[in-house]
Design a protein around this ligand. Structure first.
Ligand code: SF4
Ligand code: SF4
Length: 165
């Protein structure tokens, strides 16, 4: 019993000391921790400088996707309606983000760099249907921008990035 009281007071002392220390909690969303430079987040469909879409509707990304969450329906370009630089374009391009595991296989499979994964991770929704990203959504520039860390400044090692940069 004689040890209990001093030990309890010691415990309170430790707690009290912490009360006056500056908190180290980072408040989200006010503070957004920079992501790794190679972080895979929200997808983007890219266009050429002349405005034509890079995607030619070949569906290789859909075939490579292990989560089966990409749907591509291709259509022919015509002289009066040229959408992409190839023979065909993606009339429908959808990604079901609720199934996506952000593996990046779609990006690797694409022969034209038409689909890439960006850095945005703020893609939560209240409605599951809103997680089906349409072509228009994927073509639009990202609304939210998440900072990307400088590999040299990042506070944890990024061995792979440093080796391959
Ligand atoms: S990142 Fe992976 S799971 Fe997500 S759409 Fe691409 S291939 Fe499919
Ligand atoms: S994003 Fe790339 S792989 Fe997918 S359909 Fe378009 S061109 Fe083909």
């Amino acid at each position: 019993m004689s040890f209990v009281v001093p030990n309890t007071l010691k415990g309170f002392g430790v707690t009290l000391k912490q009360v006056f220390k500056k908190p180290i909690t980072q408040q989200y969303p006010e503070y957004k921790r920079p992501v790794y430079p190679r972080y895979r987040g929200r997808h983007r469909l890219n266009v050429h400088e002349n405005g034509l879409e890079k995607c030619v509707g070949c569906s290789l990304c859909a075939a490579a996707c292990p989560a089966d969450c990409i749907r591509v329906v291709a259509a022919e370009n015509t002289p009066t309606n040229r959408v992409s630089a190839g023979e065909r374009y993606a009339r429908i391009y959808e990604i079901n983000m609720s199934r996506c595991i952000f593996c990046g296989y779609c990006e690797l499979a694409c022969p034209f760099d038409a689909i890439t994964l960006g850095n945005d991770f703020e893609i939560s929704e209240y409605n599951r249907d809103d997680l089906i990203y349409t072509k228009d959504m994927l073509l639009a520039p990202p609304i939210k921008r998440v900072p990307v860390a400088d590999a040299d400044l990042y506070d944890t090692p990024i061995p792979y990035y440093k080796e391959h940069s």
